[in-house]
Design a protein around this ligand. Structure first.
Ligand code: NAD
Length: 354
C-alpha cells in the first residue's frame, strides 16, 4: 500500500495498539484550519486494516466539511476501533481513553456506531477530551437535523405540500433512525423501515405502525423520501437505478460510494440529494456547544439552520446547474480558504511587529 498516497489530504493519521486488551485504533485528523478536530469514535469489525483506514479517512474528511457547512469553529477528525462489538470490554475502552488523552486535546471525540453513551462514559474515566456525555444529546440532535433537511427538500420540490401523508423509507433504525421514526410519526408520514436487527424494525412497527421491509428490498419500494440511517457506501450506481424516491435525506455518513459519479447520477435521475455532511450535522452542532459552554437555545437555533443551509444549496445547485454536493463542497471550501487567509494575515502582522 502506498500509505502516504492514501493520506495525502490529511494532516495527521495515528495508529494505536494495546496488545493486552486487543485495542487497535486509528485516529485521523483531516483539517484543522477552522478549529480543533472533532469527530466521533466508531467501533467496527472491519474485514481488513485497509478497510478501517479507508473508512477513517473518508469519515474524517466528511467531518471537516460538516463543521464548515454548519459554520462551526471546528476541524475534522474521526476515530475507528477495529473490533467486534462483542469483544468490547471496559479495559479496551479505558485503554482507548488513554490514547485520546495522550493527544492533549488535539482531537475531541464522542459516540458513533457501536459506541454507546455508557461506553463514552467509560472512555471519559481516562480523558476529558470527550463530548456528548453531559448536556448534549447528539443522536436526538442528529434526528432533528435530518427532519429539518427532509422539510427543506419537500418545500423545495413541492412548495406548499405537507409532510403528512408522504411515504418515507428509513434504512436502519438504530440510535438515530428510531428517534427519526418517532418524529416522522408525529408528522403523520407513512413509514417503511428495515434493519438487520429485526427486533429494531419490529419496535417501529409496534410503536408507529411502520411497515417492515427486508434490508435487500428497501431500495425498491415506492416512496417519496429514502432515508439512509445505517452505514455508509450504500448508494452506488446499481442501487441508485432501483430507487423510486424523489428525495434522499438521511443521517448516515458517506452515503455515496463514489462522491462524484454517484451525486451526478442522482442528479441526472432527478433525485434531490441532501449532502450527508450537511443534513446530519445536528449531533456535531450539539456537542460543539457542549464543548464551548452549552447553550440549548443557541445549539437548537443552529440545528434548525440546517433547513436554511440546504435550501441555499438546492437553490444554487439548480441555478448553477451543479450537483448539491458540488455546491455544499464549494461553500465549505470557501470558508476554509477564508479562514486560512485570515490566519496567514494575522501571522504576517505578528511577524512584522516582531
Ligand atoms: P446505530 O448503529 O445505532 O444504528 C444503525 C442501524 O442500522 C443498526 O440498527 C443496524 O442494525 C442497522 N443496519 C446496519 N446495516 C444495515 C443494512 N444494510 N440495512 C438495514 N439496517 C442496517 O448507528 P446510529 O448512531 O444510529 O448512526 C446511524 C448512521 O448515522 C451512521 O452512519 C452514523 O455514522 C451516522 N451518524 C450518527 C450520528 C449520531 O449522533 N449517532 C451523527 C451523525 C451521523
Amino acid at each position: 500500500m502506498e500509505l502516504f498516497q492514501h493520506i495525502k489530504n490529511h494532516e495527521l493519521v495515528m495508529f494505536f495498539n494495546d496488545s493486552e486488551c486487543n485495542l487497535k485504533a486509528i485516529i485521523a485528523i483531516h483539517n484543522t484550519t477552522l478549529g480543533t478536530a472533532m469527530g466521533a469514535t466508531r467501533l467496527f469489525p472491519y474485514k481488513s486494516e485497509e478497510d478501517a483506514l479507508k473508512d477513517v479517512l473518508r469519515l474524517s474528511y466528511g467531518m471537516t466539511y460538516k463543521a464548515a457547512c454548519a459554520d462551526l469553529n471546528a476541524g475534522g477528525g474521526k476515530a475507528v476501533i477495529i473490533a467486534d462489538p462483542k469483544d468490547k470490554t471496559p479495559e479496551l475502552l479505558k485503554a482507548y481513553g488513554r490514547c485520546i488523552n495522550s493527544l492533549k486535546g488535539r482531537f475531541i471525540t464522542g459516540q458513533d456506531v457501536n459506541i454507546s453513551v455508557e461506553d463514552v462514559n467509560q472512555i471519559r474515566t481516562e480523558t476529558h477530551y470527550v463530548v456528548g456525555v453531559s448536556q448534549a444529546n447528539p443522536t436526538q440532535a442528529t434526528a432533528i437535523g435530518v427532519l429539518e433537511g427532509m422539510k427543506a427538500s419537500v418545500d423545495f420540490l413541492w412548495p406548499g405540500r405537507k409532510m403528512k401523508g408522504l411515504k418515507v423509507a428509513v434504512q436502519g433504525v438504530g440510535n438515530v433512525g428510531k428517534i427519526l421514526c418517532e418524529y416522522l410519526n408525529k408528522e403523520r408520514v407513512e413509514l417503511f423501515v428495515s434493519d438487520n436487527k429485526i427486533e429494531r424494525a419490529e419496535e417501529m412497527k409496534y410503536k408507529y405502525g411502520a411497515t417492515i421491509v427486508s434490508p435487500s428490498e428497501i431500495f425498491d419500494i415506492d416512496v417519496d423520501i429514502f432515508s439512509p440511517c445505517a452505514l455508509g457506501g450504500i448508494l452506488n450506481s446499481s442501487v441508485i437505478h432501483r430507487l423510486k424516491a424523489s428525495i434522499i435525506a438521511g443521517s448516515a455518513n458517506n452515503q455515496l460510494e463514489n462522491y462524484q459519479t454517484d451525486s451526478k447520477l442522482l442528479e441526472s435521475k432527478g433525485i434531490l440529494y441532501c449532502p450527508d455532511y450537511v443534513i446530519n450535522a445536528g449531533g456535531l452542532i450539539d456537542v460543539y456547544y457542549e464543548r464551548i459552554g452549552y447553550d440549548e437555545q443557541k445549539a437548537f437555533y443552529k440545528i434548525h439552520q440546517i433547513y436554511t443551509t440546504l435550501m441555499e444549496i438546492f437553490t444554487r445547485a439548480k441555478a448553477e446547474q451543479k450537483t448539491t454536493l458540488e455546491i455544499a463542497k464549494s461553500i465549505a471550501d470557501e470558508k476554509i480558504f477564508k479562514a486560512k487567509k485570515s490566519t496567514e494575515r494575522n501571522f504576517n502582522r505578528y511577524s512584522n511587529k516582531k
